[in-house]
Design a protein around this ligand. Structure first.
Ligand SMILES: [Zn+2]
Length: 83
């Protein structure tokens, strides 16, 4: 196999992985449930307290992760409802 063919195969594998990999990699705090804990803490004690208690989650959210931001809003809405 030529170097050019190997590069093409590598790109094809990368594209395939991009299509089939889990949508939420392990580096998202929700993978470990910490986003839910963050939301509960925020609801009970306020945003500043949640940021102090879960600095890793706060930093992740500050980086602008749309997935976790949406999950946080949904979790806060759920916590605010009378379910
Ligand atoms: Zn995230």
């Amino acid at each position: 196999m030529s170097a050019k063919a190997r590069g093409g195969a590598s790109r094809a594998w990368s594209r395939l992985w991009g299509l089939v990999r889990p949508s939420r990699p392990d580096d998202h705090p929700n993978a470990s449930g910490r986003l839910g804990e963050y939301a509960a803490h925020q609801r009970q004690f306020g945003a500043a307290a949640a940021e102090r208690e879960f600095p890793d989650v706060a930093e992740h959210l500050a980086r602008g992760c749309a997935l976790c931001s949406a999950d946080l809003q949904a979790t806060l809405a759920l916590l605010a409802s009378d379910v």
